[in-house]
Structure formats: structure tokens, C-alpha cells
Ligand binder design. Structure first.
Ligand code: ADP
Ligand code: MG
Ligand code: ZN
Length: 621
């Protein structure tokens, strides 16, 4: 087959909307290569040369048919045969061994001898190496493609996310409350806006600021707000992003992150969840130099390695400052700590307002009441609450989100999802109603307890029912009277069951645990037992790697232990007796409340007051 034939087999015309440019280029390259190959092979096989064996050659020689030979590279013989009729043929053979007699024999036979060296032609070398080059080129292209797609080959890169989008910039406006934190961070913002002012003064701005606070309090949000306020690039990386399977990757990522920072100064580097890399060294399971330690060391080195003058500020966030390596907190590193606290009532109201602004809310929705009804929730919880409320509204096919949706969302977040599918028998339902009514009713006869918010026998989470009281304002410390009343409320369910049925059920387990917990703390931690005195018994310590597991060391005698138990017991007995006496005195009300609960399943405070004839509660603002 000649090259011409090859060409004729190509389709004469290509459709107009043929393959795209890249493909066409590859196609042309392919055809060119194929062409080159065929040329190479065709020229190589010089048409009419016969390969013959060496023994055949020797017999031709004996017959005297060999006319002339050319010995190529001392390994090959090319020659011409002449037959008796005068016809000639070209042949080629390989010399299988070093035949020293060959030349002699040839001369004796009168054959003309010629020696030759086969030159290496440039074309040949080119053709032989081309496929390899082509192959490598292909592999390289594929790798590049791969890399572009999923960065699988950029292990050492920091992967920091860069936020510069001016359209959805976060500012301090987006962060409700957090006055102190904002105040501290304003300085950083001022510096980033106008570093010269500080340099002239000779004032040294902290290199690193550590935001410390519980999960969901808005640390990440605050860091973004600082970047937004100062209008500088913001590189966001989580501590766990540094930690990889391969040793040395973390350290290299740290290097890369700081490199990026230096290049785009002034800017903010934000390391979220710093504790993932910043835990105290030498405390790891593996011991010695593990990957995390290397990463931490690199971070320390990098922080020492540059000056605030460069205009790079490092922010970090953690909810476990206690486990951080002390070296991180040294001057010149994260020497300033900013506490990001849980929101109080007013802040909760502001946070709710910020997030409610983003959804259509029914006019007249009582944000204040909602804020009061969500004690102990973080900013993230509240953001979640508003979102859940919006979801409830969608499910109810409403166009605006109303109080009912917010209440349901609050219940879901505070108490778990309602389990309407849980099947209870009538007796179980009645027992639950008495139990919850007992909890609810004692609230109205105690002076130092938080007012009841609502009581329900709709099972939620693991509880069959719930009596929820809510503080009028956030409280950070508790008096003896409050704690004792709290214990009475815990015993409300137990007392109701024993009065109505003469025995109690397993439904009281959680209540008893809670009551016992309070009583034990009163005795051992808060010095509230006159008999045991104002002494803290037992030592609490939290080992770094046991997480939240608290180990209590006993550092008192058996005698003391017995006394502690007796004191706890007497506090609990007193609580139970008070609950019993309240409910015995008002057994009729207990009955009424339980019956009503069976009917309505959920009762709010005001409804109960109407039902049982208590005066309405005035809300103190
Ligand atoms: P952290 O980093 O402290 O765990 P985040 O900053 O990630 O908490 O907060 C999670 C979300 O909670 C935020 O995106 C925001 O919607 C909401 N949030 C938290 N605190 C506030 C606040 N003070 N004001 C407004 N929203 C807040
Ligand atoms: Mg965070
Ligand atoms: Zn109970």
C-alpha cells in the first residue's frame, strides 16, 4: 500500500461543522505521524532485497554464485548474486559469529569485498523517537487536565478561600451585640485601613488576635466582618484543612498560606478552629513528632517570621483555648484574646431581628417574647430558628412567617422534633398527663422558680411530655432558694404519680437524675449545705484527650463521703416532701389540669391561669 492509496481512502470532504479546533489539530497531528511512519517503513524495506540465512549464503558462496559483498558494521553482509543465466538478485544476511576465515574464503572465491559503516540518519532517529515524545506529551496533557479539574496534585498548597466579593461583604452591622469584641477588633480595622498612623506613633499592633467563644457565637462571622470593614482580602482556612494524611503537607500549607498573605498585604489571614492544629505539643497519642506538631511548629515559625508592618493580621478562632499550646499565646503571636460571649436577651432579640430581616415576617410578631423564650441559645441557634420558622411557614402554605411558626421552630430547636407517630395507650397518655400536670402545677405554688411557659404531652425526642419554664431574664448565678425550688419542680411528676397511683413509673428517671445532680453540686461545689460547710469536695479536672468526660478525684475520707451522701439525701427528701404536700393540697387542680391536657395536649401559661383561676401574670420588662 502506498502513501497515495492511504490518502485516497480519506473521505474527500469533511462536513462544514466538523470537529472543533482542538480535535482537528490532534487529527492533523495523527495523520502526519501515520504518514511519517509509513514513509519510514516503506523506505526501510528496500523493495527487492532478500533476507537469507548465513548457511544459505555459504552454500551460494561454494556454488560460486556470489558476485560482490559489502560487509556492514562487521555484522551484516549485503551482496549480489549472479545466476548461471546472468540474472542478478540482491541479498542480505547476518553474520552469526566472528568468522575469521570469511574474508579469506571470499578472496579465494574471487568475490569483490567492500566494508561499510551504516550511518545513522537524522530522519531515522527522529522517526524512532517521535512516538515517545508524542506519548509523553499526551500523558502531560492528561495530567494537566486532571490537575485543573480537582487539584489532586497540589497537596502543599494552602487551599485558603479568599473572600473579596464586595457585593456580599460582611460588616459589623451584620453582627448583633458583641460590643466588647467589636470594640477590640475596631483597632485592627483602623490599623488595616491606615497602617501609617500607627507606624508613626511607634505603636505596635498585635500580630495575632484570638477569638474565643462557644460554638455558634459568631466568631467566624466577626472575622469576616473585620475584613469587610477594613476592605482588605480575607483568607479563610480551617485548622483541620492543614491536617492531611501525608507528613509535611500541613507545614507546607502553612508556609503557602503565609506566602499568599505576604503577597496580598494588607490582608487578614483567618485560621478557624485553631485547636485542630494548635493543641499542646507532646500530648498526642503517637507521641514524638507527628504531623500536627510539625504543622504547629511551622505556624509558630511563620508568625515569628514577619512583622505587622507588612500589613498582615492573623485572626484565629477557637472554642477550646484551654488546650492550645502555650507557645501560641506568647507575646508576638496570638497575644490578644477577644472573648465572644453567648448572647443575652437583648442581643438575642437583635440577632433574631437581623435574621428576620431576610424573610417576610408577619407584622406584629413579638421578637422580644421570642428572645425571652430562647435562653441559652447561641447566634447560630437563633439563625437556625428563623430558618426553621420559614420552613414551617412554607409547609403551611403561608406567604409570611408568623408567631406560630417561630414558636414551633423554637420548640423543635429547644426540645427536639415532635414525635407524633409514637403510639401511646390511653393509660400511658393519662399517666403522662398527670406527671406533666404535677410538674406544671407546683410552679404556681413556688416563689423562687422561673414561671411556667407551657406544658405538653406531645412526645418530643426521648421525653413523653414536657413542662417548660422560662426565666424572665437571663440568670448567671442561682440562690439556694432557687435551687431548692428547682428540685421541687423536678419532683412534681414523681409526686403526682405517687399521689394518683400510689406508685411511680420509669418516666421519673430523668427528673430524679436532674434533682440529684443539683443537690450534689449544692453540697460538693457550692458549699450550700450548713452541715458540710463552705468547702469544695472533690476535684474536677478535664484531661485534654478525654474531651468532655470529667474525671472527679476523691480527695476526702470515707467518713466525709458518708456525710456528703446524707446531706444530698436530706436536700432531696425535703424537695420531694414539698412537692408531695403541694400536690396533695391541690389534688383537684391536678385532676383538672391533667384532664385538660388530655384534651388539648399543649397548654400555655395563660390558659392554665384561666383554667385554674390564678391571676394573670404581669410581665416585667
Ligand atoms: P462560630 O464561628 O462562633 O462557631 P459562626 O460565626 O459560624 O459561629 O456563626 C454561625 C451563624 O450564626 C452565623 O453565620 C450567623 O448567621 C449566626 N450568628 C452568630 N452570631 C451572630 C450575631 N452576633 N449576629 C448575627 N448573627 C449571628
Ligand atoms: Mg466558626
Ligand atoms: Zn418529669
Amino acid at each position: 500500500m502506498s502513501p497515495d492509496n492511504d490518502k485516497n481512502e480519506q473521505p474527500p470532504k469533511r462536513p462544514l461543522d466538523g470537529p472543533p479546533r482542538g480535535n482537528r489539530f490532534a487529527l492533523i497531528l495523527f495523520i502526519a505521524l501515520m504518514g511519517a511512519f509509513s514513509v519510514f517503513f516503506l523506505t526501510d524495506q528496500k523493495s527487492s532485497v532478500n533476507e537469507i540465512s548465513y548457511s544459505a549464503f555459504l552454500s551460494y558462496l561454494e556454488q560460486g554464485t556470489v558476485e560482490a559483498v559489502k560487509i556492514v558494521d562487521q555484522t551484516e553482509i549485503e551482496g549480489k548474486l549472479r545466476g548461471k543465466t546472468g540474472n542478478t538478485a540482491l541479498f542480505r544476511t547476518r553474520i552469526p559469529y566472528t568468522d575469521l576465515d570469511l574474508v579469506k574464503t571470499l578472496r579465494e572465491s574471487g568475490v569483490s569485498i567492500e566494508g561499510a559503516v551504516r550511518g545513522v540518519s537524522v530522519l531515522q532517529v527522529l522517526l524512532e523517537t517521535l512516538p515517545w515524545i508524542f506519548g509523553f506529551f499526551l500523558i502531560w496533557m492528561m495530567l494537566r487536565q486532571f490537575q485543573g479539574n480537582n487539584k489532586a496534585f497540589s497537596f502543599g498548597k494552602s487551599r485558603a478561600k479568599r473572600y473579596l466579593d464586595a457585593s456580599k461583604k460582611t460588616t459589623f452591622e451584620d453582627v448583633a451585640g458583641q460590643k466588647e469584641a467589636k470594640y477590640e477588633l475596631t483597632e485592627v480595622v483602623d490599623y488595616l485601613k491606615n497602617p501609617q498612623k500607627f507606624v508613626k506613633m511607634g505603636a505596635r499592633i498585635p500580630k495575632g488576635v484570638l477569638l474565643v467563644g462557644m460554638p455558634g457565637t459568631g466568631k467566624t462571622l466577626l472575622a469576616k466582618a473585620v475584613a469587610g470593614e477594613a476592605n482588605v482580602p480575607f483568607f479563610h482556612m480551617s485548622g483541620s484543612d492543614f491536617v492531611e494524611m501525608f507528613v509535611g503537607v500541613g507545614a507546607s500549607r502553612v508556609r503557602d498560606l503565609f506566602e499568599q498573605g505576604r503577597k496580598s498585604a494588607p490582608c487578614i489571614l483567618f485560621i478557624d478552629e485553631l485547636d485542630a492544629v494548635g493543641r499542646t505539643r507532646g500530648a498526642g497519642y503517637g507521641g514524638g513528632h507527628d504531623e500536627r506538631e510539625q504543622t504547629l511548629n511551622q505556624m509558630l515559625v511563620e508568625m515569628d517570621g514577619f512583622d505587622t508592618k507588612d500589613g498582615v493580621i492573623i485572626l484565629a478562632a477557637t472554642n477550646r483555648p484551654d488546650v492550645l499550646d502555650p507557645a501560641l499565646l506568647r507575646p508576638g503571636r496570638f497575644d490578644r484574646q477577644v472573648v465572644v460571649a453567648m448572647p443575652d436577651v437583648q442581643e438575642r432579640e437583635q440577632i433574631l431581628a437581623i435574621h428576620m430581616n431576610k424573610i417576610p415576617v408577619e407584622t406584629g410578631t413579638d421578637v422580644k417574647r421570642l428572645a425571652r423564650a430562647t435562653p441559652g441559645t447561641s447566634g447560630a441557634d437563633l439563625a437556625n430558628l428563623v430558618n426553621e420558622a420559614a420552613l414551617f411557614a412554607v409547609r403551611r402554605n403561608k406567604s409570611v412567617v408568623g408567631m406560630e411558626d417561630f414558636e414551633d421552630a423554637r420548640d423543635k430547636i429547644l426540645m427536639g422534633i415532635a414525635r407524633s407517630s409514637l403510639f401511646l395507650t390511653e393509660e400511658e397518655k393519662l399517666a403522662t398527663a398527670y406527671h406533666e400536670a404535677g410538674h406544671a402545677l407546683v410552679h404556681y405554688y413556688l416563689d423562687h422558680t422561673d414561671p411556667l411557659h407551657k406544658v405538653t404531652i406531645v412526645p418530643r425526642g426521648r421525653a413523653l411530655g414536657l413542662a417548660l419554664s422560662l426565666p424572665e431574664k437571663d440568670t448567671y448565678s442561682h440562690s439556694v432558694a432557687r435551687l431548692k425550688d428547682r428540685i421541687v419542680v423536678c419532683y412534681g411528676g414523681f409526686a403526682a404519680e405517687s399521689i394518683v397511683y400510689g406508685e411511680t413509673t420509669t418516666g421519673t428517671a430523668q427528673d430524679l437524675r436532674q434533682a440529684t445532680d443539683i443537690a450534689r453540686k449544692m453540697v460538693c461545689e457550692w458549699g450550700m449545705s450548713p452541715k458540710m460547710g463552705a468547702v469544695a469536695y472533690g476535684q474536677e479536672d478535664e484531661p485534654i484527650f478525654l474531651g468532655k468526660e470529667i474525671a472527679r478525684h476523691k480527695d476526702y475520707s470515707e467518713e466525709t463521703a458518708r456525710n456528703i451522701d446524707a446531706s444530698v439525701r436530706s436536700i432531696l427528701d425535703e424537695g420531694r416532701d414539698r412537692a408531695l404536700s403541694i400536690l396533695t393540697d391541690h389534688k383537684d387542680q391536678l385532676e383538672t389540669l391533667a384532664r385538660e391536657l388530655i384534651q388539648k395536649e399543649t397548654l400555655q401559661d395563660d390558659a392554665i391561669r384561666v383554667l385554674l383561676g390564678f391571676p394573670a401574670r404581669e410581665i416585667k420588662e
